[in-house]
Design a binder for this molecule. Structure first.
Ligand code: ZN
Length: 394
């Protein structure tokens, strides 16, 4: 590919809209060399119809679940969904790898340049080693009892170290850490397991599924609700943390003391009171909190959108994820943006694009490489048309 001079009807640089008649100049690797006015760009400027934008950052997904496309039933609520996923068995390893490979390719074509991916096994390593997407791997810790946690944590730490070692050679990056331990959710991790995860992740980026269902808060506030039936169905006699009288987020956020970047995923039932609490915790503990929206998955599982206007108030950082093909028909950030703009007409395209680019890159710690048309960065370049369909330029 030769170097390029590109202009379009509009250019979004990851943070804001550029003024008219600007030209993006890249080298033959797609690295941003300069942005100049058309009068200074010289010849050979390619004029495109639509919006030029940096490649998207998918802040939350589960590549490993790609083979479950079309297998799970819609509208079952979170506990019903979890039961369905747990019951899936009998897929050949080859099918699982094939589905991941297809999903990786589709996401790249859909303009996704980086992804925060939840990992339960090492299965995705070969797919990622051959991928053009930059990955941050959240090794998901399920540890519902204090007893035996050292053994479980050792298991997950070994997976994390395998990701760090095996993917380092393949990823074009100066960042040394691209894998960390991450608690699955407030309802599946015990108190001492949370403490151990905190100690193992100081200064790192982690992810936590948060308040995806009303049942989650009910479990923590009153110790009752659908989660108790779910626990019984998987052979657990009680909830890992028990009744706290507070929301799930307020019950578990205080476990984190180590200046982590925390991506809270879903936030469908997060309240104004929770956000004030989280803001306070972030200030006190040096945490950097990012709220990840996965609207299509929320519509699939619970039939409800997250409270976007509430989450975006007070300058909080929003990011966007697709979740997995178990709870989504496609892995497309453009489709998630479309769902957000449809449900919340006051949200502008520029705001949503910022969440999908520079905010996502900052949440994953990739802001020095991706998410914006900053000189020296190689963020990928995509073209959106008015109906949000994507064409990848490089
Ligand atoms: Zn998820």
């Amino acid at each position: 590919m030769p170097g390029m001079k590109l202009t379009a009807d509009r250019i979004f640089d990851g943070f804001t809209w550029l003024e008219e008649d600007q030209v993006l100049i890249t080298d033959d690797q797609g690295r941003i060399l300069d942005i100049v006015h058309a009068s200074l760009a010289g010849d050979d400027v390619l004029q495109l119809r639509g919006t030029l934008c940096p490649g998207f950052v998918n802040a939350h997904g589960h590549l490993e679940l790609s083979h479950l496309k079309g297998v799970t039933e819609r509208g079952t609520g979170l506990t019903g969904f979890l039961s369905q996923v747990i019951q899936q068995r009998g897929f050949e390893r080859e099918q699982v790898i094939d589905a991941m490979t297809r999903a990786d390719r589709d996401m790249y074509l859909q303009g996704i340049q980086a992804m925060g991916d939840i990992c339960n096994t090492e299965d995705s390593i070969p797919v990622k080693a051959a991928s053009r997407i930059r990955w941050y791997n959240f090794i998901e810790v399920l540890s519902s009892r204090d007893e035996g946690r050292a053994q479980r944590l050792a298991h997950y730490t070994a997976i994390r170290d395998r990701f760090r070692k095996d993917l380092r050679d393949f990823q074009d990056s100066t960042a040394s850490i691209s894998a960390s331990l991450s608690p699955h959710a407030p309802y599946s991790v015990s108190p001492l397991s949370f403490q151990d995860i905190d100690l193992a992740t100081h200064g790192e980026t982690i992810s936590l599924h948060n308040q995806e269902s009303l049942a989650e808060d009910e479990l923590f506030r009153s110790g009752s609700g659908p989660f108790l039936d779910f626990y019984r169905s998987i052979g657990m006699s009680e909830s890992p943390i028990g009744r706290t009288g507070r929301s799930s987020l307020q019950s578990v956020l205080p476990y984190f003391n180590g200046a982590q970047r925390i991506i809270l995923v879903h936030n469908t039932f997060t309240t104004a009171e929770d956000l004030v609490f989280a803001d306070h915790m972030a200030g006190e503990r040096g945490l950097s909190i990012h709220y990840c929206l996965c609207p299509n998955a929320n519509l699939f599982i619970e039939g409800r959108m997250p409270p976007v206007p509430l989450l975006m108030a007070e300058g909080r950082s929003l990011v966007i994820g697709t979740d997995s093909l178990a709870s989504n028909d496609q892995l497309s950030i453009a489709s998630e943006i479309g769902a957000i703009l449809l449900a919340f007409p006051d949200v502008t395209l520029g705001q949503a694009l910022k969440w999908a680019t520079s905010n996502g890159a900052a949440a994953l710690g990739f802001e020095n490489e991706l998410g914006s048309f900053t000189r020296g960065h190689r963020p990928g370049i995509i073209l959106l048309d008015d109906d949000l369909s994507i064409q990848r330029i490089c």
